[in-house]
Design a binder for this molecule. Structure first.
Ligand SMILES: [Zn+2]
Length: 147
């Protein structure tokens, strides 16, 4: 509380207090890697205790533990894009390695790599989305920013 507000609280005084409170919120440092790691583990980027994605890809509107409004953060297309990038960089070298070393039939390639790509994608997508939401939280972004 500012010194001038100790005797008598006025509307102007509350306005100053709210501005100072907002300034303090913006000055609070947030760890980008720590927040992304919490999101990757499906935990709230703020407290690390509440569950971030209770259903497969749908975040809680408000963290059940610390009341952080994580549901306002919109990840848009970034998590699927990053997931495809990661899965492609895992599957493609393995496919080429298998083809060069044993020359399996086409159906074996199709069955193995389609299954592997599908399973990897389904496993990675919620983790990548959680990490992305954690990253956005640490950078104070919500997905509605205008450039
Ligand atoms: Zn929380």
């Amino acid at each position: 509380m500012p010194i001038s507000c100790r005797r008598r609280e006025t509307a102007l005084c509350h306005s100053v207090m709210n501005t100072e409170h907002e300034d303090n919120i913006w000055r609070e440092r947030r760890s980008v890697l720590g927040s992304a790691a919490r999101g990757f583990r499906n935990r709230c980027p703020n407290c690390g205790k509440g569950k971030l994605l209770p259903v497969y890809l749908r975040p809680h509107d408000i963290c059940s533990f610390c009341r952080e409004p994580n549901g306002r953060i919109m990840a848009h297309d970034a998590p699927p894009y990053i997931t495809i990038l990661i899965v492609g960089h895992i599957i493609a070298p393995l496919m080429l390695f298998w083809e060069n070393n044993s020359t399996p039939p086409f159906w074996a390639h199709y069955a193995a790599w389609m299954t592997a790509a599908l399973v990897l994608t389904l496993l990675l997508l919620p983790r990548v989305k959680g990490a992305w939401i954690g990253l956005m939280w640490a950078l104070r972004l919500n997905g509605n920013e205008v450039q």
